[in-house]
Design a binder for this molecule. Sequence first.
Ligand code: UDP
Ligand code: MG
Length: 139
Amino acid sequence: MVTNKTFTMLKPDSVEKGNIGGIVEKITASGFRIVAMKLTQLTKADAEAFYAVHSERPFYGELVTYMTRGPIVAAILEKENAVEDFRTLIGATNPAEAVEGTIRNMFADSISENAVHGSDSDENAAIEGAFHFSGREMF
Ligand code: UDP
Ligand code: MG
């Protein structure tokens, strides 16, 4: 089923550096409506499950440590073509390759600490959003 929603996390580096406001401004200025949003923190089990697809990759352990070290902002965003348009807005995984003006180009330091998550499919957007938010937290 195709939806018009995506899921994002402003990762611990973004919260630590005081970039919540700057990133949210970019997101809303780009036409995304905030459906749900909260400050929360992933447990080790949460991060391991969230990134299970990468469990055999050499960076998996560091990724779990990074993603659990402090609070994140979790959010569901709505826009026509949300998943694809949000991936365009955040830019390449490696900020050194991210197009000028993208969120990772502006706010990320490295391929590992890259500021934001964006769902890679409608199916994963729905799974990831439902993991963080109950129906009464979505507007
Ligand atoms: N990552 C990393 N090293 C790599 C590739 C990815 O530390 O060589 C981290 C990075 O935080 C990235 C996350 O693992 O955002 C998930 O990787 P994926 O390839 O799914 O990138 P994304 O979908 O976030 O662009
Ligand atoms: Mg990914």
